[in-house]
Design a protein around this ligand. Structure first.
Ligand code: SF4
Length: 423
């Protein structure tokens, strides 16, 4: 199967650059590591990376100049030498040239849990993005080191909610609502964060009686929150929050948007008084590319097509689809199809291509006709993987991601509440 990277190379060479959202994608990611903090080519290319975004130093030329075949051989040899001492995790959205070396492939929480089954491993090499490596560190045992092969692999959505703007929002909400519970013992507001955020924000919700959710359990988590609070502050993904709350019957007018750094988030006090879910102004640049027009086109060209999208997509797209669910849901829906079927999928292209190869009896394609992968998953390349693994073989731990123990303890509280929440 050709990878996204190879596909883009081919498209550029065949002079159809409009088929991708950036011909820069054909370059290796280290071409962008030396510049100012930026997400690089791909879906987040127009999002502004915070000035404090971690930078990746230059790796030795031998890794940047090696052929794919040489890198693959070196990665395999290093993994063999390290044996049980290392576990390599690969996110669904990661390029195939990296995923092929993963011991586990999954979404961020599945991978953090997979690492828990390898307690003997000294090193967890996380081929995903920064917040995922942080979560793995929070859940890891003492003495395990979590390594992110490229420090510039962040997440534009996670960066849309930083600790200071959430603290500022919280202060304003406390001033507006007070802190006293109502007659049923429900506090004025419960903070809920999507897994796609920094460890500092998971700790924030842990400290303030809140909880973490994933795209698989967001409805269960919101139910949990409404048992304890009159309303919810949901960050950073407005779309997951809106799609989930709407499916629970909450009217849109009771879901105001909070725009950070604005007084009352750009709302009136009256609007916030009647709010049930306050949505943070964050989004995933990959999933916001999907449109209702793409769904209409897929239905016109493929009668009988089943359209399945991720709940990070905008509400009209989720409403127009046949089904919406997490990466795990999408994968299971395809696996469950017993007859050859056609699926149009609204999620990241690497995963869609992999599903298409895995289930050749079906026709599976990405709703977005323009190849535009996640900019930050793209930053992991076999050259970086070879480098971190060979450094480990040499006894050096590079690119370690650590979460301060005080922060980790509060973040664990929020994650444990999520694990204990029941539908
Ligand atoms: S797909 Fe979206 S939410 Fe996931 S890592 Fe990329 S930018 Fe972040």
């Amino acid at each position: 199967m050709s990878s996204v990277n190879s596909t883009i190379q081919r498209l550029v060479l065949s002079r159809t650059p409009e088929s991708t959202c950036g011909t820069d994608l054909a370059k290796a990611p280290w071409a962008f590591d030396a510049g100012a903090p930026a997400y690089g080519p791909g879906a987040s290319r127009f999002d502004e990376a915070p000035a404090a975004t971690p930078r990746q130093g230059e790796i030795p030329a031998e890794y940047r100049e090696a052929s794919d075949e040489e890198l693959f051989a070196r990665i395999l040899a290093a993994k063999e030498t390290l044996g049980e001492r290392v576990v390599v995790l690969g996110h669904f959205y990661q390029r195939d040239e990296v995923v092929r070396f993963a011991d586990f492939v999954g979404d961020s929480f599945q991978l953090a849990n997979a690492a828990l089954t390898r307690r003997e491993a000294e090193y967890i090499v996380f081929c995903g993005v920064h917040f995922m490596a942080e979560t793995a560190d929070v859940l890891s045992r003492d003495g395990q080191a979590v390594i992110l092969p490229n420090l510039a692999a962040g997440c534009s959505m996670a960066d849309m909610a930083d600790e200071s703007s959430v603290e500022e929002c919280w202060e304003q909400l406390e001033e507006l609502y007070g802190t006293e519970p109502d007659a049923e013992g429900r506090v004025p507001v419960i903070p809920v964060t999507y897994m796609n955020c920094s460890a500092a924000l998971k700790a924030f919700v842990g400290r303030h009686g809140g909880i973490v959710c994933t795209s698989s359990n967001a409805a269960t988590v919101l139910e949990w929150a409404f048992q304890r609070g009159q309303r919810v502050l949901f960050f950073p993904d407005q779309h997951l929050g809106r799609n989930t709350a709407k499916a629970m019957g909450i009217p849109l007018e009771q879901m105001p948007m909070w725009t950070p750094r604005k007084a009352l988030g750009g709302n009136t006090a009256e609007t916030l008084e009647t709010a049930r879910v306050i949505l943070w102004h964050g989004f995933c640049s990959v999933h916001k590319r999907f449109t209702v027009a793409q769904i209409d086109k897929a239905r016109a060209e493929h009668p009988g097509v089943r359209v399945i999208v991720h709940p990070e997509c905008p509400m009209p797209v989720v409403d127009a689809a046949d089904a919406a669910g997490s990466t795990d849901f999408i994968q299971k829906a395809i696996a469950a199809a017993t007859e050859p079927s056609t699926f149009a999928i609204g999620t990241e292209i690497n995963m869609v291509n992999r599903l298409a190869a895995q289930y050749p009896q079906h026709t599976i394609f990405c709703l977005d006709p323009v190849i535009c992968p996640c900019s930050t998953m793209y930053r992991i390349h076999p050259g970086y993987l070879a480098w971190v693994l060979e450094e480990l073989v040499a006894g050096r731990v590079v690119n370690r991601i650590t979460v301060d123990e005080g922060v980790a303890a509060d973040a664990r509280t929020a994650l444990e509440r999520m694990l204990a929440a029941r539908p």
